[in-house]
Design a protein around this ligand. Structure first.
Ligand code: BG6
Length: 523
């Protein structure tokens, strides 16, 4: 049996990218082992880490779930899912499946059927982990991944503590990764933080937001702080406004039950969109120290001007999709989706305008929008610079000045573009907008990546920079709370108000037109 990743046949791609050392030995326990997240994202990410030689030879994976199955059956279930990813388009696909790596990973897996609400599950888990520490050399380092419904987060952490599984010593760490949603409003996020902090130290808690695992999101810091060119422009003196877009071409699919009580605002804004906002707007940290970076991000969220209830209806727009055509396919209205009420008032789209009240950004609106079943898939941050003065061009063919934009394309077609004006060749003075484009795929080899690789690895090496701290999460909920309250008290009367496959509701356009601006096209 192979017991060291170093011994595997390495794919060519892995040879080109393997640079970080293997993480320390540990046993990783996944609660929700039979669930969707485990097979779609967490296990493929572990496979990619193994392929890149970033898991220790002593790494072990323990699945815990209610489903009564054997380790063999769990491995077979995961193997089927992995085979489905080979050379298929979709969220994650592999061109080059390295059988020896997968085989090694499956050999490290064990499975424990158990009910999360039963203390006996934790007692048996404790015994199992003690056994692995002795026989497999996992060194007492244990990582618990809560890939379960959010109502279990608090009780599971308390039960882990009661079973003595969260107690650290000088030589062994215990960490807990908590998935989103972390709370469903400000009060519940605060209560959940208070509850888990009774058992865990903040340094043991890794609140995950998978947007921070995206290479292009991490690159925003490099773009801003590793270049002398951009940061001097990055302020209210040069920037007119910022647009942050996460447009999806998927609907709610089979997640109606979850989505009905969540909606687009809770699902996307205080977490994913605020990650994009903080990366764009934070002050430069003085080091990559986790708390230094997270403090700067928290400060910028805390500087967002609170919306008063009347302003919510002026500065925030909600929408729900009707039937329509998305990417050439006819799709049904949200209210016709499975597990969705026929008169549902849940929003599938949100746009809002936020002001950041600090010296860098005062007077620069940040417009955010996200929606399901939009015209095209696009996650981007668009920065619009102030227009140049017109005087020089008076008396020429130039009727208006073209604004400069910098577009950070997060996905798909990852890259950075700069739009500026250039003179069209010819005897008259005519201007055109031209684009300078950096595409990741032409400079770097892009590896298949679920977005969870960096996050899992960082947790294993104890680097919390890319995870949310308690105060950051609470600050995010505090900003959106007035919108949640105002909307809850005033159900929408015009739902559905945008066709699937469109740009979103007309009111979202009005949000910008009344400021003399317009959204960038989603074409
Ligand atoms: C998830 C949301 O957190 O992020 C989904 O619950 C959304 O509704 C998804 O579709 C978007 O993530 P990505 O990585 O596909 O852009």
């Amino acid at each position: 049996m192979l017991d060291k990743p170093e011994r595997y046949a390495r794919s060519k791609a892995a040879q080109q990218t393997a640079s970080a050392p293997a993480a320390p030995p540990c046993a990783m326990v996944i609660f929700g082992a039979a669930g969707d997240l485990t097979k779609r994202l967490v296990v493929p990410a572990l496979y990619n880490l193994a392929n890149d030689h970033r898991l220790a030879g002593e790494f072990r994976l323990v699945g815990v779930d209610l489903a009564d199955m054997s380790a063999e059956q769990w491995r077979a279930h995961l193997t089927d899912a992995m085979k489905g990813y080979v050379a298929k388009d979709g969220e994650f696909h592999l061109d080059d499946f390295v059988q020896t790596t997968w085989q090694w990973l499956t050999e490290q897996m064990s499975y424990l059927p158990g009910d999360l609400t039963n203390p006996d599950t934790y007692r048996r888990l404790g015994e199992h982990l003690a056994g692995l520490d002795k026989t497999a050399g996992t060194a007492g380092n244990h990582l618990f991944y809560l890939a379960v419904a959010d109502r279990f987060f608090g009780p599971a952490v308390a039960a882990l503590g009661a079973a003595g599984l969260t107690k650290e010593s000088d030589r062994q760490w215990r960490r807990v990764i908590i998935e989103k949603p972390f709370g469903h409003d400000f009060a519940s996020a605060k209560a959940l933080n208070a509850e888990i902090l009774k058992t865990l130290h903040e340094r043991q808690i890794y609140r995950i937001d998978h947007f921070l695992g995206k290479e292009t999101v991490q690159n925003i810091m490099a773009l801003r702080f590793a270049n002398g060119l951009f940061e001097p422009l990055w302020n209210r003196h040069q920037i007119d406004h910022v647009q942050i877009t996460v447009a999806e071409t998927v609907g709610v699919e089979q997640r109606g039950k979850f989505y009905e009580k969540t909606g687009a605002l809770r699902d996307m804004v205080p977490n994913h969109l605020f990650q994009l906002l903080t990366m764009t707007a934070m002050e430069p940290p003085i080091s990559f120290d986790a708390d230094e970076v997270r403090s700067k991000k928290t400060e910028v969220i805390q500087a967002i001007r609170p919306l008063d209830p009347e302003q919510v209806f002026k500065d925030a727009v909600r929408g729900q999709y009707d039937a329509g055509r998305v990417l050439g396919e006819q799709v049904r209205a949200y209210r016709q989706e499975p597990n969705v009420a026929p008169n549902s008032t849940t929003e599938t789209y949100i746009a809002c305008k936020l002001d950041i009240d600090n010296w860098r950004w005062a007077g620069v609106p940040f417009y955010l929008r996200t929606g399901k079943y939009m015209k095209s898939r696009s996650t981007e941050i668009a920065i619009r610079f102030h227009q140049a003065p017109y005087a020089l061009f008076r008396g020429t063919n130039v009727e208006r000045m073209h604004p400069n934009w910098m577009i950070l394309r997060i996905q798909p077609d990852e890259g950075i573009a700069l739009e500026f004006a250039a003179k069209r060749p010819g005897p008259t003075v005519t201007l055109d907008t031209v684009t300078m484009n950096f595409a990741y795929k032409t400079y770097f080899k892009m590896e298949p990546d679920t977005g969870y690789e960096t996050l899992l690895y960082d947790c294993m090496i104890g680097d919390a920079t890319l995870f949310q701290r308690a105060d950051t999460v609470e600050a995010g909920w505090q900003v959106v709370q007035p919108i949640l309250d105002a909307w809850a008290n005033n159900p929408p009367r015009d739902f559905p108000n945008y066709s699937a496959g469109s740009d979103g509701p007309a009111a979202a356009d009005a949000l910008l037109t009344c400021d003399g601006r317009a959204w960038r096209s989603l074409d």
